[in-house]
Design a protein around this ligand. Structure first.
Ligand code: ADP
Length: 256
């Protein structure tokens, strides 16, 4: 039987009086790679904020690693990379290594003292995302895609079992997106880290993910990737809110 690391049961959420999430059921198992996809404004970030404990659902229950979220004590098991992470400008006075090390404790600042062991953990984490050779470089000198890898290394430094990413390819050049996704695939496959990747792009990512959830206020589909692929374009368009068609194994929005 799969052990669930995220279990949402009948979760609803409203901002003021407008319902943003409507009776959501979602179960993410150990080692699974989920793409949570939906158009802008479909409630993806709200759902992630609920999983992270930053918002309380209006009704329903959330369990993380088998514990009710209200009594969950192992935040370090979850690494999170937000949408706005990769935006350090060139003058920012921190090295890549300092940024990654700062993920080791919530209380630490970028520049507090760290042990040699902390440094080794940070270097190992940078190695996983293919960025070890950038350790001594200033974070602001890196491209958006490189910075995003560094932020993933920061999220991995505490050795989480689950990595949640909100729109991680924003700010990455199109030609680097495929290699970024293949790095995520390795993380999942070779390191056994479960991934929840949030995106409004219904393309490449659904080819990498083992599971897909389609959100637009409610969950329109959730299940294994091959079943998602069997859905016809009309079903996908109805959920997404405007026409989409799939080209080869990838999905592409139809030009309006
Ligand atoms: P997504 O991440 O899919 O773009 P969000 O979860 O950010 O969607 O937003 C879902 C809906 O909730 C949108 O209609 C958005 O305008 C609304 N919303 C988001 N944050 C707030 C807020 N703090 N107050 C009121 N409405 C909000």
């Amino acid at each position: 039987m799969t052990n669930h690391i995220i279990q949402l049961d009948d979760v609803s959420f409203s901002y003021d009086h407008s319902i943003v999430l409507d009776h959501i059921h979602l179960e993410v198992g150990e080692g699974e790679f989920w793409a949570l996809i939906g158009p802008n404004g479909s409630g993806k970030s709200t759902l992630i904020n609920i999983i992270l404990g930053l918002l309380k659902p209006s009704s329903g229950s959330v369990e993380l690693f088998g514990s009710d979220i209200n009594s969950f004590k192992h935040r370090e098991r979850i690494g999170y990379v937000s949408q706005k992470s990769n935006s350090f400008n060139s003058g920012f006075p921190a090295t890549v290594l300092e940024v990654v090390r700062s993920g080791l404790t919530r209380k630490s600042g970028l520049f507090r003292s760290f042990s040699k062991k902390d440094e080794q953990k940070a270097l190992k984490s940078l190695g996983i995302v293919g960025m070890e050779s950038f350790a001594r470089q200033n974070i602001g000198e890196l491209s958006g895609g490189q910075q995003q890898r560094v932020f993933i290394a920061r999220a991995l430094v505490g050795e989480p079992d689950l990595l949640i990413m909100d729109e991680p390819t924003v700010g990455i050049d199109q030609q680097n997106v495929a290699s970024f996704y293949s790095m995520l695939n390795e993380l999942n496959r070779d390191h056994g880290i479960a991934i929840v990747l949030v995106t409004h792009e219904i393309d490449l990512v659904t080819d990498l993910a083992t599971h897909v959830a389609c959100l637009n206020r409610s969950i329109h589909f959730h299940g294994i990737q091959s079943d998602y692929k069997k859905m016809d374009d009309e079903d996908i368009s109805n959920w997404y809110g405007h026409p989409v068609r799939r080209v080869h194994q990838f999905e592409t929005e139809v030009d309006q």
